[in-house]
Write a protein that binds this ligand. Structure first.
Ligand code: PLP
Length: 404
């Protein structure tokens, strides 16, 4: 008889966003006339920029002719895209990263979930708390953690680094030394950003301890402040301790198109093995390349027109972020995030639990957000609103919240 991977059974049943969807659907059914404004899920709403649409049309047409047709893409991505990434995302920022250290993929969710495979099962994992759930859940599935601890509401065997108001929502070095450190800045869910000096401390810490940082920079396009790094490779020594994950989802609206990449510098060596080689082996074995059409669309992100159009798109969402941030402040809430990120993190009023506030907001303002506790035990008492709605809906949501 076949056995199942029992690590999966350690995962608590219901997934945050399906619970939210069920609650909202039940409320809408009971109140069919109510106009609900959704500022919950981190999905974009603006259409793809014209430069990207043009690139998609052009590459679709290429697929219609034998001479210009493209089959399997190279495992690690087309040279045209990897060079554009190296030049624009790294060289232009003074980072020593080369095209052959970039692995094109179908997005940062897959990469952030899969990257743990190239590491030994005995490695100690450290994550921020609250956290994007994929980092923890995929390590649970792999068997790198203990059981779910219902009292602490997190997993045994994982090092959680509380990110709270008192530490500016930034992690502190844990008492137990970790091997794998997941950092995500600008942060989902808190919207917190890390300065270059602070990130340098993490790079130095990882190099000193032989740890590896998995740096998720999916939201780098939303950075507005000068002292906030767009890449971990802006820090000295990051080539020997960091892997960086990037996505086209939030900077270019590719959530439904699917494209991302991972950077593994060739100097990143552990136990005498280049992690670049392991990830190349993994990618080559389990992934057959992002579609040609999509990689051409990705290339257009770096064209002059693409850059100009996407700057406007990001600015549109950031206008929403400011609307939410300022509106909540005016209404007397304690708020953070929203300056270098499309997420606003608010403290629930009157010590309400995150889920109580979710119900309160749904029932009284007909606004949907995300309970902070869904991102980890230390997210309790907080709530996330996203800037990815339309400007009109965002304004309406804030009008209602202020009227409460
Ligand atoms: N990483 C973080 C921190 C995210 O918040 C998300 C999506 O919300 C992703 C990765 C997933 O990105 P992608 O759409 O590229 O899979």
């Amino acid at each position: 008889m076949v056995t199942v991977n029992k690590n999966y059974l350690k995962l608590p049943g219901s997934y945050l966003f399906s619970t939210i969807a069920k609650k909202v659907a039940a409320y809408q059914e009971a109140n069919p006339d109510v106009q609900i404004v959704r500022l919950g899920i981190g999905d974009v709403t603006q259409p793809l920029a014209p430069a990207i649409i043009n690139a998609l049309h052009k590459s679709v047409d290429e697929m219609a002719n034998a001479e210009t047709f493209h089959g399997y893409a190279p495992d690690l991505g087309y040279e045209f895209l990897r060079s554009a990434i190296a030049k624009n995302d790294y060289e232009a920022r003074g980072c020593d990263i080369h095209a052959d250290e970039i692995f094109v993929s179908d997005g940062a969710k897959s990469d952030s979930g899969n990257i743990q495979e190239i590491f030994g099962i005995e490695n100690k994992v450290a994550v921020c708390d609250p956290v994007y759930p994929v980092y923890v859940d995929t390590n649970v599935m792999a068997g790198r953690t203990g059981a779910y601890n219902t009292k602490r509401e997190n997993f045994d065997g994982v090092i959680y680094m509380p990110c709270l108001e008192e530490n500016g929502f930034l992690p502190e070095f844990p008492t137990e030394t970790p091997d794998l450190i997941y950092l995500c800045f600008p942060n989902n869910p808190s919207g917190a950003a890390i300065t270059k000096d602070k990130l340098q401390e993490w790079v130095d810490y990882a190099n000193k301890n032989g740890a590896v940082i998995i740096y998720d920079a999916a939201y780098e396009a939303y950075i507005t402040e000068e002292n906030v790094p767009h890449s971990i490779y802006e820090c000295e020594g990051a080539r020997t301790c960091a892997i960086e994950l990037r996505s086209f989802s939030k900077n270019a609206g590719f959530t439904g198109v699917r494209l991302g990449f991972t950077v593994v510098p060739k100097d990143l060596i552990r136990e005498g093995v280049a992690l670049h080689d392991l990830w190349a082996r993994r990618h080559g074995t389990k992934f057959n390349g992002a579609p040609y059409i999509v990689q051409r669309a990705g290339e257009a992100v770096y064209s002059p027109e693409g850059k100009a159009q996407l700057k406007e798109q990001v600015a549109y969402y950031m206008k929403n972020a400011h609307t939410i941030y300022n509106g909540l402040k005016e209404a007397g809430y304690s708020v953070s995030g929203g300056v270098n990120a499309p997420y606003i993190w608010l403290k629930t009023p009157n010590n309400m639990s995150s889920w109580d506030f979710f119900d309160y907001l749904l029932e009284n303002a007909h606004v949907v957000g995300t309970p902070g506790s869904g991102f980890g035990a230390h997210g309790e008492g907080f709530f996330r609103l996203t800037a990815f709605g339309s400007y009109e809906n965002t304004q309406e949501a804030l009008r209602r919240i202020k009227a409460l």
